[in-house]
Design a protein around this ligand. Sequence first.
Ligand SMILES: CC(=O)/C=C/C=C(C)/C=C/C1=C(C)CCCC1(C)C
Ligand SMILES: CC(/C=C/C=O)=C\C=C\C=O
Ligand SMILES: [Fe+2]
Length: 594
Amino acid sequence: MANYLQLASTLHASQNKTSFHVFTSSSSTSQISPTYPHIHMTMSAGSSSLNLSSFGTQKRDMNLKVAHVAARLMPPTHRVTDDVTNAIAPPLPPLPRTQKEETKSNGGRLAAWTSIKQERWEGELQVEGDIPLWLRGTYLRNGPGLWHMGDYHFRHLFDGYATLVKLHFEDGRLVAGHRQLESDAYRAAKKNRKICYREFSETPKANNFLAYIGDIASLFSGASLTDNANTGVVKLGDGRVVCLTETQKGSIIINPNTLETLGKFEFEDPFGGLLLHSAHPIVTENEFLTLIPDLVHPGYLAVRMEPGSNGRRVIGRVNCRGGPTPGWVHSFPVTENYIIVPEMPLRYCVRNLLRAEPTPLYKFEWHPQSRAFLHVMCRASGRLVATVDVPLFVTFHFINAYEETDGDGNVTAIIADCCEHNADTSILDKLRLNNLRSSIGQDVLPNARVGRFIIPMDGTTYGRLEAALDPEEHGRGMDMCSINPSYLGKPYRYAYACGARRPCNFPNTLTKIDLEEKTAKNWYEEAAIPSEPFFVARPGATEEDDGVVISIVSGKHGEGYAVVLDGSTFEEIARAKFPYGLPYGLHGCWIPMD
Ligand SMILES: CC(=O)/C=C/C=C(C)/C=C/C1=C(C)CCCC1(C)C
Ligand SMILES: CC(/C=C/C=O)=C\C=C\C=O
Ligand SMILES: [Fe+2]
């Protein structure tokens, strides 16, 4: 389907006035670029127009579809054309295969915020300790590991080009490697030595005014949005392995053994025009569930895709209760029977989407007056069964959710847990690379907790939010969580996450949280930054924490290593050093060997 924003948008230029219409339900007027102070974006319910009042040199009559205009007006360096997007990366250097063939070091600096130095590497790592023989398969981790291109340096952690890391465990041995994801955004940046697509916080610089208009037009057609799938990686029920980010076009299939980029995951359904989706779908052997924010008619679509299919079907839709746009939906939880749709007061902001320079909250805006809600949708019927007003919250990551029932099996409440940043949006700014690099050792990480929502299912319209355990247990840092996947949507006891050993500027511990005992056990290594602890269950296990926890650590002196912890004791049982430093990474998945 053609993007309906694109269809709804036309560019008119007459005597001395050009208007660019965008349908939205917001209501505001603002200047959108300091470079073009004469441009104002006027938003009113149903339609917005961009008034280019002093743009008097263009005296042609135009009434063209935005994408068409974008293609004509963008200068070659900004045009998303076939020759840019199909650019072939230069041939790779020969692949070193052993640890002896040392790769470039990063000069002894903390590895976490230092870009990866080479496109790819693969080799066997020497293991200290014992990897359980039952651990057979590949752990894949994705994340933004390359934060510069030529002289251009990204500003935010989330901007970096996707770097995939693999740890293949077999017979107690470990073969590891990494490789850059060959997204169109990465290839175009490499070819042109500058960014060519809109990333999380960065926008390619328009060379002139016409290019600027083209950029705005191509934003609404989706053409300028990044496909840099740097957030997560999932294995679908049919075996395909897909890297993901928040843009739908950033869904890219890889080979989990070679980490080679195989091509776009093309959604064959009418929802591509909505451009965005949750970076964290719920993926099981049987389904792929996700939420798609609708910025035009503020709300969310819950959709489902079967293994083997590329088409999503609508389960249901929820309209926002607050406004003016949907809340950021980086992740969401499910129970056995329900999908929980979070409506966070940190909302997408159409005006900020259009700005060339990052704002303090990037593409988002904090709307406390619009309040916060959780919606409960029946997975089978798509019916909205509850909406509760909850205290203001800020979360990237929901941990899990489950139903509480009475003696007759009636659902009385839903419990939904998340890594909650005390309704404080400042964490987004703390994740700027400058901050991360300059405040090492300072105690500037904002407090966070395991936020537990209690959603009554008796028609009451208010839900509660409280800390599931004393945040001091995990140093008041909390993010990047995993659980035993067999407990998805069900009552559960353990969560694994990154906590804090203070003073710190970023979560720096691996933490096992016992939600029953309300305690945490922490793994810590001086000045190292571990990534998301990922739980892998032992085949045949009956205890929830019978398994291992895998994490990749960016070390203090530029080194990188993998650690394996016992899921039950949370003691380290094995570690293996990479011959080079690894940048911080975000989310992973497990591909078991057949
Ligand atoms: C790495 C991570 O956790 C989040 C990444 C988020 C991204 C790449 C968001 C990208 C976006 C755009 C390119 C434009 C539209 C808004 C938004 C979803 C922020
Ligand atoms: C790394 C992070 C937050 C850390 C703060 O405590 C959030 C990552 C979000 C995207 O996946
Ligand atoms: Fe995430």
